[in-house]
Write a protein that binds this ligand. Structure first.
Ligand code: GAL
Length: 339
């Protein structure tokens, strides 16, 4: 495998890994994925040519590491150990994706380990309580590994010096279509596809999930069929959001997404996944914004968003002082055999 570093402006580096059939590019800006190509088909949304101009302005978190907390914290407030914390409200009344000083906006330090069968990039950063309003100063490692079998693995390792919340994810958008047309033709498969309904501010409105497998009588469902469903529970959610922006429980923490040509297998140690189909694209006024709704789908492996206000002291996102957080998510791309 070949690794090459390209320095762009503002301290932004691109780290390019090539294994002939596929190549993948990461950057130290937000420890993010920039591009992932199977031959000439780019299967993620991003910009490798002008990354230094594209990413700092992009409001859609393309490919970024999200933290401390992926998704919304309701009313930008939570209580931990009897103390209430007020966070930045950067999404209406709510706090979203760790706020405007979150991990996606940071230049990480990094080290590259070029092994024989894989390449590892170990990104590190520190997050101080005074920077984002959460308790605890944190040390965070985001490790991206790419291997000969076209498997991208993300591992997160983190510690805090006080009890805090930690719920990291990666906000990559996939589009397996060669022509990059909308992802409505992609199919989701998992042994469980339970969707949490959300309210008009995108917070979970009810912990009673909607069981898609039961409704569709299949564990393989097209996005298009979800969008066109006449099931009242689904139709109401799709209409209000112009697509999916929903936390899910998936079976065995595993999900497959595919079109006619490619299959992407996702496996994670995290209990939930937010499936977001890039439903509104008009709030970025930029020549870089060439995107229309459903240009990609984000599969954000994480704890349930707003869990601290739903599950309180039982919330899985609570990270105890001086304990080590660890999670791992793997995305594996394969070309489907001719049928
Ligand atoms: C998603 C979130 C969406 C939207 C998007 C922006 O994770 O659920 O509502 O805010 O991030 O990147």
């Amino acid at each position: 495998m070949k690794v090459e570093v390209e320095n762009q402006n503002h301290g932004i580096d691109l780290i390019k890994i090539d294994n002939e059939e596929t190549n993948i590019v990461f950057t130290n800006y937000g420890a993010r994925i920039v591009s992932w190509k199977y031959h000439d088909n780019n299967i993620v949304l991003g910009n490798r040519v002008e990354a230094d101009e594209f990413y700092p302005q992009n409001p859609y978190n393309f490919g970024a590491t999200i933290g401390r907390y992926a998704g919304r914290i309701g009313n930008a407030s939570f209580t931990l150990n009897n103390q209430t914390y007020q966070l930045e409200a950067n999404n209406g009344p709510h706090h979203l994706h760790g706020g405007s000083n979150g991990l996606d906006k940071r230049l990480f330090d990094y080290e590259i380990k070029d092994n024989i069968t894989n390449v590892k990039i170990i990104f590190t950063t520190q997050l101080r309580s005074e920077e984002d309003g959460y308790p605890g100063d944190m040390t965070i490692k985001v490790i991206h590994t790419y291997d000969m079998e076209h498997r991208w693995t993300i591992e997160y390792e983190a510690q805090s010096n006080e009890d805090t919340l930690f719920n990291p994810t990666n906000h990559v958008y996939f589009n397996l279509n060669r022509d990059n047309n909308v992802i409505d033709n992609h199919k989701l498969t998992s042994s469980k596809l339970n969707m949490y309904p959300i309210d008009d501010t995108h917070l979970i409105s009810n912990t009673q999930t909607i069981d898609l497998i039961d409704i569709f009588k299949s564990d393989s469902i097209n996005f298009k069929d979800i969008y066109l469903s006449d099931n009242p529970l689904i139709a109401e959610q799709i209409k209000a959001n112009n697509g999916l922006d929903h936390p899910f429980e998936i079976g065995n923490q595993q999900l497959l997404i595919e079109n006619n040509e490619f299959a992407l297998d996702v496996e994670t140690t995290m209990p939930n996944m937010v499936i977001f189909t890039f439903n509104h694209t008009s709030d970025w006024k930029s020549d870089f914004n060439i995107y229309k709704a459903h240009s990609g789908v984000a599969l954000e492996t994480q704890f349930l968003p707003n869990d601290i206000n739903i599950e309180k002291a039982q919330a899985k996102s609570i990270l105890k002082a001086n304990e080590t957080f660890y999670s791992k998510t793997t995305y594996h791309i394969a070309e489907k055999k001719e049928q």
